[in-house]
Design a protein around this ligand. Structure first.
Ligand code: NOJ
Ligand code: CA
Length: 559
């Protein structure tokens, strides 16, 4: 159990607490279900705060828990300043924040500013008010093309597949980057801007410490006629002038948000989800005058390969220097195939790659999954990541070494990407969103009293929290030990590469002498005298086995 002294040790009370934080992403619907309706909820999370404290994380990021029809797993928000009644109440939320804060854990919530849901009061008003109304001006409505406006304004496709335009009863069309149920807001409208400032204050006033900003690079658009075709759009550079993506003026919005963040003590933090074209463009989101930090997703699209890891690490550390921010490491989240599975498949499998303008699923078939290898490599990659300067974002279930769940029938699937076949692999994202196994026995593996909203496979029993907590060699034990040691070893935000004489072995040292060595190859790597100073990870006869990582540290650092 966690006592006050370890909570204190974990909490960095300065305004810079986020710079090297380990942030744990909770996907609320699939974490823990307190009332047994099959959907995870806020009281469920509250019942597991000791688990979170024992894990040793610094902050949780809660994916959306707002009222929603769940057309896109909650990223279709009906009301930004409330809790979905199925997930709890605002009072439950306040209780959760207090319980996490009492354990030294910060709270980050998700803000979804690009689009509302189609059930949002504003969108309902826009439908009722008709063409030309002020209510329609909060969204992006256009007349169609064709003789009677029966064709969409352009041939643009949405991220989830299908047309990016939807026709309403009176014949106008509205733009949606994502699902039909997610109409894009018009960020040229001052009312939209004002309302989000209100939302940021609303959650900040409730004690929220930071925000994760959904598709932060998409908010502003230039839809001046004539609009380009899909083919033309694809060819336009994403250099700040593209009509839809990463436009320069989006930063005016974040400069306003920054004023709100800085009016709190400590200032509220923010991290941008911004898939942009270059490190320089990403750095703009991470600037101190803007959101302050931006996700680095490079490892989500890299193989388990020393050269790729090394250049991604070097580039991102250089980029962090550009923005003055700290970098962010991510191996898994709710949008991608779990990394234990990616690493157990032939290169590129389980994730989409772009070939020309088409997204295809590359690599060998899923039945080539080698679970043991995936687990081994996942351990190695995670230990490497947790040793790097900057913050790390962990996704619920990765601390159990969970694999992607493939056994979900089409009828049971929920992800709009599965049904519309867009920019995600053919199976969509449900496989990483299956409710967590807490116990090997019992209804829905301890997730809730009566079933889970997505089916859990029988092999989840082996990965249950109660099984792993009792096993010192489990993934959970490794994460707990790594996060505990990381707090002791954490040091200034830099590293120096140490030559290993092998292209498949990476080694770096942090300023206080903490070293990380990762063997990406199959041949053991001789650690020499350092074998005696290994504080975490496997050593076999003085050598680092293939596909594994060790931490080396002087005894006085871990005390
Ligand atoms: C990014 C989120 O991570 C993803 O889950 C969601 O579908 C889209 N943004 C749209 O909000
Ligand atoms: Ca529930």
């Amino acid at each position: 159990m966690t006592d006050a002294s370890t909570a204190e040790a974990r909490t960095d009370d300065t305004a810079a607490w986020w710079r090297q934080a380990a942030v744990y992403q909770i996907y609320p619907r699939s974490f823990a279900d307190a009332n047994g309706d099959g959907i995870g909820d806020i009281p469920g999370i509250l019942s597991r705060v000791d688990y979170l404290a024992d894990l040793g994380i610094d902050a949780v990021w809660l994916s959306p828990f707002y009222p929603s029809a769940l057309a896109d797993g909650g990223y279709d928000v009906d009301d930004y300043r409330d809790v979905d009644p199925r997930l709890g109440t605002l009072a439950d939320f306040d209780e959760l924040v207090a319980a996490l804060h009492a354990r030294g854990i910060r709270v980050i919530v998700d803000i979804v500013p690009n689009h509302t849901s189609n059930r949002h009061a504003w969108f309902q008003e826009a439908l009722a008010a008709g063409r030309g109304s002020a209510a329609r001006e909060r969204y992006i409505f256009r007349e169609g093309t064709g003789e009677n406006g029966e064709l969409p304004p352009t041939d643009w496709v949405s991220v989830f597949g299908g047309s990016a335009w939807q026709r309403v009863d009176d014949g106008q069309w509205y733009f949606h980057h994502f699902a039909v149920e997610q109409p894009d807001l018009n960020w040229d409208n001052p009312e939209v801007r004002e309302d989000f400032l209100k939302t940021l204050r609303f959650w900040s006033d409730r004690g929220v410490d930071g925000f994760r900003i959904d598709v932060a690079h998409m908010l502003t658009k230039d839809l001046t006629e004539p609009l380009p075709s899909r083919a033309e759009l694809e060819l336009l550079p994403q250099d700040g002038t593209h009509p839809l993506i990463d436009r320069d003026e989006v930063h005016e919005i974040y400069a306003e948000w920054r004023k709100v963040f800085n009016s709190y003590d400590p200032p509220r933090t923010a991290v941008a989800e911004a898939w942009v074209s270059t490190p320089e463009r990403r750095a703009r989101y991470a600037s101190a005058e803007g959101l302050g930090q931006a996700f680095n997703f490079d490892l989500l699209v890299a193989d388990f390969d020393a050269e790729q890891f090394r250049s991604i690490i070097a580039d991102n550390l250089a980029q962090a220097t550009l923005s003055g921010s700290s970098t962010t490491w991510v191996l898994s989240n709710h949008d991608v195939t779990r990394h234990a599975t990616r690493y157990g498949l032939p290169p590129l499998n389980g994730r989409p790659v772009k070939q020309g303008t088409e997204w295809v699923k590359a690599g060998g078939p899923a039945d080539q999954l080698d679970r043991e290898r995936g687990r081994r490599r996942a351990h190695a990659a995670t230990l490497l990541l947790l040793g790097l300067p900057g913050s790390t974002y962990l996704y619920q279930g990765e601390e159990l070494g969970l694999h992607e769940v493939a056994e979900i029938s089409p009828e049971q699937r929920q992800d709009p990407a599965f049904f519309r076949g867009g920019e995600f692999d053919g199976l969509g994202r449900d496989g990483c969103r299956v409710p967590l196994p807490w116990t090997a026995e019992g209804s829905s593996f301890g997730f809730g009293a009566d079933g889970a909203h997505l089916p859990q496979p029988s092999w989840f029993a082996e990965y249950a929290v109660d099984v792993e907590a009792a096993d010192p060699s489990s993934t959970l034990s490794l994460y707990r030990e790594a996060l505990r040691l990381r707090h002791r070893l954490q040091t200034a935000e830099s590293l120096e590469w140490v030559e290993t004489g092998r292209v498949d072995v990476l080694r770096f040292a942090r300023p206080n002498g903490w070293q990380v060595v990762t063997n990406f190859g199959a041949e053991p790597f001789d650690l020499g005298a350092d074998a005696d100073a290994v504080v975490l990870g496997p050593v076999d006869g003085g050598a680092l086995p293939g596909e594994s990582t060790v931490w080396i540290a002087p005894q006085e650092l871990i005390g």
